[in-house]
Design a protein around this ligand. Structure first.
Ligand SMILES: Nc1ncnc2c1ncn2[C@@H]1O[C@H](COP(=O)(O)OP(=O)(O)OP(=O)(O)O)[C@@H](O)[C@H]1O
Ligand SMILES: Nc1nc2c(ncn2[C@@H]2O[C@H](COP(=O)(O)O)[C@@H](O)[C@H]2O)c(=O)[nH]1
Length: 210
């Protein structure tokens, strides 16, 4: 009885559980995430990662990423400012402690959009997120989506497709993800994502009302 009470109290104090969205480049993570942030304003907050890649047209520094140099990023990692970092398709990416804390301070559900290396690293921390993998229906469809997005050089595209093949295999391993969502029809995938997060969403909405 007392144990249950203290567990509830502790959970409330710890705030909502973060969410890790992972999956191959081009699987649709950002698309789904943007829908969530738009539909549930005041519920979710995005953990803005750092990267050494250049911004794409329409991307904003501090909103989509913190765009930094390799020297700056390495120095920050060496100072212990990152929860995790990885090299993906020739560029550095990482989740800073400050980015996650900024979302937690607002009592929002913190969403991390990170690759498989990041997932493995986060598993060694005490972040305790819900792990969700977004997968494409097939390699062919993934390649078409990435090509149509028109953001990658041929070299970057090939690196992303190579990484995708590995990612699709690993995501089948039991115990890595709490849920794997195949993003074939966008509305269906978005519905499944919301279903997976509904408990946490309700907690934050209830908290916002009180
Ligand atoms: N269900 C879908 N059907 C058709 N196109 C889709 C679907 N979901 C996403 N797309 C499109 O596929 C492309 C890749 O999606 P998105 O950029 O969201 O992928 P991502 O997983 O965030 O990639 P990255 O990891 O490289 O940032 C985009 O052009 C997007 O509009
Ligand atoms: N390990 C991490 N991976 C990250 C982070 N931020 C983004 N990513 C992943 O990188 C690839 C490529 O992203 P893109 O924006 O260049 O297309 C994608 O899989 C992201 O999930 C991070 O902080 N850490």
């Amino acid at each position: 009885m007392y144990m249950r009470y203290f567990f509830r109290l502790f959970s409330a104090m710890a705030g909502p559980r973060p969410v890790v969205l992972s999956g191959p480049s081009g699987a649709g993570k950002s698309t789904l995430l943007k829908n969530l942030l738009k539909e549930y304003e005041g519920v979710f907050g995005f953990s803005v990662s750092h990267t050494t890649r250049s911004p794409r047209p329409g991307e904003e520094n501090g909103k989509d990423y913190h765009y930094v140099t390799r020297e700056y990023m390495q120095a920050s990692i060496d100072k212990g400012e990152f929860i995790e970092s990885a090299v993906f398709s020739g560029n550095m990416y990482g989740t800073s402690k400050a980015s996650v804390q900024a979302v937690k301070d607002k009592n929002l559900i913190c969403i991390l959009d990170i690759d498989m290396q990041g997932v493995r690293a986060v598993k060694t921390t005490d972040l305790n997120p819900i792990y969700i993998s977004i997968q494409p229906p097939s390699m062919n469809i993934l390649e078409k989506r990435l090509r149509d997005r028109n953001t990658e050089s041929e070299e970057s595209l090939q690196k992303r497709l190579d990484a995708a093949q590995v990612d699709m295999e690993i995501s089948k391993e039991p115990g890595i993800f709490d849920i794997v969502i195949v993003n074939d029809n966008l509305d269906d995938a978005y519905g499944k994502l919301k279903d997976a997060l509904i408990e946490e969403i309700k907690k934050v909405q209830k908290n916002n009302l009180s």
